[in-house]
Design a protein around this ligand. Structure first.
Ligand code: HEM
Length: 348
């Protein structure tokens, strides 16, 4: 296999998960900023950064990540906040997700990796392993006693139901809203504090999407001998696990010379801002950062995500796993695999 095959098969995960939306985004990629009625597609890296750092955004509008987050509980969550309330929430998280916080949490996922992947004796589906790892991490981060797989399942279901509810056309509207309410109730029964629930949703869904895609890329492109923190960061850029940030402008503004109007729906294409469609050489450092957003709401879990992916790939690398079978998850909130069966491919 080759880098080109790895890229083509990973692109299939992205395109199959939301065929219409992602095909439209691929087709319009060369237009830096494109208006389609009241919706504005933002592909260009600089325009993407400008919107996230400079344009006032309506954090509770329907159809945005903040709106979906507010719908999951009673609001008061980072995604849907602004100003001092938001800064206080971020401070509360900074300690848990800073470098010392990550080192404190690290043994939790290292234990799951040691139990499930070492040794990699025969064929194994990596997706349930990553769900357990993500659930165990979220439980440790929030102080929850819930079993990791149960917590991860509730966080995935809540995000999938919220995405179906706010992305039009997947389910009849009323059914989608009822599913979303039920999934949110199940999650808050496990994590009564809304900030904890939000952090679990943000952490579990991105991790379950990102880690198997990165492992599949490594296997198909023959990158196992090169595993390192730099490779992990580059794989996050190439796969852009959270490919689109839906937002709404809260004021008129100009971006890349184009007017934005208050109330415009903005589709911020993190995947293109990260230049995920281009190979490594010559990409600026900001491209790797773009997959985590920018500005005051930029992902506070970026450090944890990078360290966790590095650890995951490091445990797999000596076994040189090969992909035996892969199935795309069409229901999850983010593009990812429902199953990724790997087998040991070579000697240690
Ligand atoms: C591959 C992994 C991840 C990716 C690609 C990712 C990506 C993102 C993106 C794009 C945003 C929105 C940024 C913006 O609006 O500018 C975000 C926000 C957030 N992420 Fe992550 N994330 C990942 C992992 C995590 C993890 C592991 C955690 C927690 C442990 C986490 C917690 C959060 C939270 C709480 C927010 C909301 C921040 C706010 O609104 O102030 N993320 N993430």
């Amino acid at each position: 296999m080759s880098a080109a095959t790895a890229r083509r098969l990973d692109r299939r995960v992205y395109l199959h998960s939301r065929p219409v939306l992602f095909a439209l985004l691929s087709a319009t990629r060369r237009r830096p900023v494109l208006r389609l009625g009241r919706t504005v597609l933002v592909h260009d890296p600089e325009a993407y950064r400008e919107v996230l750092t400079r344009v006032p955004l309506d954090r509770t509008a329907e159809g945005t990540t903040g709106g979906a987050a507010a719908g999951l509980t009673d609001g008061g969550l980072l995604f849907d906040q602004d100003g001092e309330a938001h800064r206080a929430g971020r401070r509360a998280l900074a300690e848990r997700l800073g470098s010392q916080g990550v080192e404190r949490l690290r043994p939790v996922w290292q234990q799951v990796l040691a139990d499930r992947l070492d040794p990699l004796a025969g064929p194994l589906d990596l997706v349930p392993v990553v769900r357990e790892l993500a659930g165990a991490t979220a439980a440790a981060l929030t102080g929850s006693g819930a079993p990791p797989a149960v917590l991860a399942g509730a966080a995935s279901a809540a995000a999938a139901a919220a995405a179906a509810d706010h992305l039009p056309g997947l389910l009849p509207r009323r059914r989608a809203a009822a599913d979303a309410a039920r999934a949110a109730a199940r999650l808050s029964a496990l994590l009564p504090d809304p900030l904890d629930a939000m952090v679990a949703v943000a952490a579990v869904n991105t991790t379950v999407a990102a880690l198997p895609r990165a492992a599949a890329w490594c296997a198909r492109a023959g990158l196992w001998p090169q595993v390192s923190p730099e490779l992990a960061s580059e794989l996050l850029r190439l796969t852009a696990p959270s490919p689109v940030l839906p937002r709404v402008a809260a004021a008129d503004a100009t971006v890349a010379g184009r007017p934005l109007h208050r109330g415009d729906r903005l589709v911020l294409v993190a995947r293109h801002a990260a230049e995920a469609h281009r190979a490594a050489p010559g990409r600026p450092a900001t491209a790797a950062q773009a997959v985590f957003g920018a500005g005051p709401h930029a992902c506070p879990g970026a450090r944890l995500a990078r360290v966790q992916l590095t650890d995951f790939l490091t445990v797999l690398a000596p076994h040189r796993p090969v992909v035996l079978r892969a199935r795309v998850d069409r229901r999850s909130a983010l593009p990812g695999y429902a199953a990724l069966l790997v087998g040991p491919g070579g000697a240690r």
